[in-house]
Design a protein around this ligand. Structure first.
Ligand SMILES: [Ca+2]
Ligand SMILES: [Ca+2]
Length: 267
């Protein structure tokens, strides 16, 4: 069951229309993610509601750290469920390119899809041991070639067109997903930052403002991720995979899919 969601604009800037006809069209600009309520506020998120900043982040860490974990080999079959094409149950939808591809084409050859770590596993060097490297909340099916082009780059705007990348761009030190995946990427990265705080034998993952983080446990750029969270609110597809992960696999949720306004409340 999907959580019901009520949105309202927290703040809306109305550009003043020019009085004289023909000069300027009125513009309506959303300036932050809409505040939301979900079915989980009085239960799952009970201890986080009403908090902001470090207090909210700490509460959410405790809440989402209660979870089941799966092995890296089990991730293949899980992705065939979490990312199933709603219009073709034989296929999955690939991150970045947005194409629908046969579930049976999972593998490592050109034309296959494989397991994209949106939080690149070299950033904090957590590998594919059961833990952050097998956390479905940031793993997505991606085209093998596009996944290789993204590599372990940080996220930022700009670059040249990625071949078969659905409109994604890249340059020497960063990757920009296609518009429809920008918010998804932001919410996955920030989920990882809240979930992994160094207390479980893995690095404390955090966002920062850099694009040359290398193997440090950071991913940038935070200011760009915040912008992407605002520009690309959670879709039905994204909400569904959050629900499937919660119901079937890990029994924890990505708070930023349920409450995208919590991104600005923390960062
Ligand atoms: Ca999206
Ligand atoms: Ca962290």
């Amino acid at each position: 069951m999907l959580a019901t969601r009520t949105r309202r604009w927290k703040s809306v800037a109305l550009a003043t229309a020019a009085v004289l006809v023909g000069l300027t069209a009125p513009a309506l600009t959303a300036t932050s993610a809409a505040a939301t309520t979900t079915d989980y506020d009085s239960t799952y998120y009970k201890n986080a509601i009403g908090k902001t900043g470090a207090s909210l982040k700490s509460s959410l860490h405790t809440i989402i750290s209660s979870q089941s974990k799966i092995s890296y080999s089990a991730v293949w079959d899980a992705l065939k469920v979490t990312d199933q094409d709603p219009n073709n149950s034989n296929n999955v939808i690939l991150l970045y390119s947005g194409v629908s591809r046969a579930k049976s084409l999972n593998g490592g050859d050109t034309g296959d899809w494989n397991r994209e770590h949106v939080w690149a596993k070299s950033h904090g060097d957590f590998g594919t041991a059961t833990g952050p490297g097998t956390d479905l909340h940031h793993l997505r099916p991606a085209d093998v070639t596009v996944n290789s082009i993204r590599g372990d780059k940080d996220f930022d705007n700009g670059g040249s067109t990625v071949s078969n990348g659905g409109g994604s761009l890249t340059d020497s030190d960063s990757f920009e997903p296609r518009d429809a995946d920008k918010g998804d990427v932001a919410r996955m990265i920030l989920y990882m930052a809240v979930r992994y705080d160094g207390g479980d034998g893995f690095a404390d993952l955090e966002p920062d403002e850099k694009v040359d983080n290398g193997s440090a446990p950071y991913i940038g750029k935070l200011s760009v991720l915040k912008q992407w969270n605002d520009e690309d609110p959670p879709s039905t597809f994204e909400e569904n995979r959050n629900q499937v992960i919660y119901d079937t696999y890990q029994h924890n949720r990505n708070p930023f899919i349920d409450h995208p306004e919590w991104v600005d409340a923390i960062w």
